[in-house]
Design a protein around this ligand. Structure first.
Ligand SMILES: Cc1cc2nc3c(=O)[nH]c(=O)nc-3n(C[C@H](O)[C@H](O)[C@H](O)COP(=O)(O)OP(=O)(O)OC[C@H]3O[C@@H](n4cnc5c(N)ncnc54)[C@H](O)[C@@H]3O)c2cc1C
Length: 292
């Protein structure tokens, strides 16, 4: 029987530690259960690691789908010419996957070490860091469409862009085939460590957040524009523009989703007023937010 929870608090499942309940949370544990759920037409939101998500205080009406552990497996297959194919499930943590690749001396996923969330979310967002993006090492992606059909999409057809993709609307990503290169375990380890230290020095990792709130506009940095407006430390309730990294909003303890949302709008207005740049949101909103 499909595992279903009612009025499940979503704050526990987001890195912001914010958000009301899911009316129902379904956790399919097999492909068959997943296809049945998708065919029901009731799935309203697909939840990965919740690392790029702001869930409203009222939560999400309808069904939220979170892939069960069955979708979190990985297998390394021998390739040719120094390449290895890695079949990984969408519910596997990206950092865990990067760590496993390192242990097998496979290079290509170094950038992913330290990016919170799951492989499915990383593919949906085309997650990246330090010049690497998940699209660069992806050969193909498996999805289940909203009609409940399992399909394989080649990476070149997934519409990957800067922190974006164009998978068929409403589909759930179930896994991917990644292409990694045989490398030196020591070198992979030191690249990951350098990335981690850089992250630790520049990001407020001690407080809950959802990473960068806005995309970098072409040729510029959202953080620089926000900082120039003097917004570091700006606060609404317990939501604050991080003094360490202006493109992060942090939860100081009891922030409401609405506090974060109002702060985002304030940042958007100030940056647009002062520099003329219309910031685009990188984080995804789920549920209903008060418009001002
Ligand atoms: C401290 C911190 C640092 C961060 N640093 C980086 C960084 O360096 N680079 C970077 O790119 N991001 C970064 N992020 C943002 C976040 O880690 C990435 O966007 C991550 O890839 C989101 O994955 P997730 O599984 O948490 O997705 P979620 O937040 O759960 O979901 C994000 C979107 O993907 C959709 N989705 C999730 N899973 C699936 C699926 N299986 N099928 C279909 N759709 C799905 C959701 O519906 C939603 O629209 C950071 C976040 C934090 C908190």
């Amino acid at each position: 029987m499909i595992k279903i929870a009612r009025e499940e608090p979503l704050w526990k499942r987001t890195t912001f530690r914010i958000g009301g309940p899911a009316q129902t949370l379904a956790q399919p544990e097999s492909m068959q259960e997943l296809c049945t759920l998708m065919r029901s037409g009731e799935v309203h939101l697909i939840l990965g690691g919740g690392a790029n998500l702001l869930v409203s205080d009222a939560g999400v009406r309808g069904m939220v789908l979170a892939l069960g552990p069955e979708f979190g497996l990985m297998e390394i297959k021998a390739g040719s010419e120094g390449l290895a194919r890695v079949e990984a499930g969408a519910a596997m943590g990206l950092t865990r996957l990067a760590g496993m690749a390192m242990k097998s001396s496979l290079s290509g996923l170094e950038f992913g070490f330290g990016i919170p969330g799951l492989l499915g979310g990383a593919l949906r967002m085309n997650a990246g860091a330090r010049g690497g993006e998940i699209k660069d090492i992806t050969e193909s992606i498996s999805v289940v469409t909203k009609e409940g059909r399992l399909e394989r999409i080649m990476a070149r057809d997934a519409g990957f862009g800067y922190r974006s993709s164009a998978f068929p609307e409403g589909c759930v990503i179930t896994g991917a085939t990644l292409l990694l290169r045989e490398g030196s375990g020591d070198r992979i380890h030191s690249t990951m460590r350098a990335g981690y230290l850089e992250r630790k020095a520049s990001q407020p990792l001690d407080l809950p957040s959802a990473g960068s709130v806005f995309r970098n506009p072409p040729g510029d940095f959202a953080g620089r524009l926000i900082e120039t407006c003097g917004l570091k430390g700006e606060r609404i309730g317990d939501a604050m523009v991080s003094p360490r990294h202006a493109n992060f909003i942090v939860n100081m303890g009891a922030a409401l989703a609405n506090d974060v949302y109002r702060l985002m709008r304030l940042v958007e207005k100030r940056v647009s007023g002062q520099s003329g740049v219309k910031l685009e949101r990188e984080i995804k909103l789920a549920g209903v937010f008060d418009e001002e």
